[in-house]
Design a protein around this ligand. Sequence first.
Ligand SMILES: Nc1ncnc2c1ncn2[C@@H]1O[C@H](COP(=O)(O)OP(=O)(O)OP(=O)(O)O)[C@@H](O)[C@H]1O
Length: 256
Amino acid sequence: MIELQDIGKTFSKGAQTFRAVQNVNVRVDPQSVVAFIGPSGCGKSTLLNMIAGLYPPSEGRVRYNGRTVGDVNTDVGYMTQKDNLLPWRAVLDNVALPLELAGWPPAKRYDAARAMLAHVGLDGFEQKFSSELSGGMRKRVCLARMLLHGPQVLLLDEPFAALDPQLRIAMHDLLLKLWAENRQTIILVTHDLMEAITLADRIVVFSKRPARVAFEGIVDLPRPRDVDSIRFTSRFHEIYTAFWERLRQEYDEVTP
Ligand SMILES: Nc1ncnc2c1ncn2[C@@H]1O[C@H](COP(=O)(O)OP(=O)(O)OP(=O)(O)O)[C@@H](O)[C@H]1O
């Protein structure tokens, strides 16, 4: 269970300070998928960074399984907006990096990395470099690298934003399958309402900066979900329309 309790975050630059996040309270149940949606720059990545324990909140606290997060949370796998693949390393060495840093011997870490690459559909790409891969393949490499140490929580910061719609749907399919196998707790930051409804159990919408929870709602679509058909169901359409109405009001306030 992840709990954001009265979270505030203020950044300072020189003599100036500004508030990125204010009074955020969110609960994420174990094994659930929660999407964060909000205007650009409102503070969503800042929230993920605090959940990962990369820096502390200025106010309030992040609780993980009943403990206050005070340091980097090693149960968390974090896929940042940029893929951060090392261009001078082949795919296999990129994926195996976390295990290398953890001191695993080469044979063991390469076996694990190969198996994970096959799992995300990249069998045969082990010796390629990131410059030789498509955007979707790079995202798969990042997923494989993140999943390799078996994190119980996945923080995904706009993971598929740069992909074309077909690739994005293929990645949704992969993520749904991976979740069905492992049931991690997932927090997904996205600007794409269709993506949020396809993947999430609950959607939390944030206000413009400083990020506050504007509203939240349940996505009561049954699982397992089939990406090819789910978007065309009447329930999907109803959920989309309900969220879109509220989102439009929220975004209207943002747009001058
Ligand atoms: N470490 C930092 N130091 C100073 N300011 C920061 C830092 N991290 C984020 N900010 C600022 O906090 C605000 C919120 O940034 P954040 O990246 O969390 O927004 P976001 O909602 O994820 O945006 P987007 O949807 O565009 O990715 C921005 O104005 C950003 O410049």
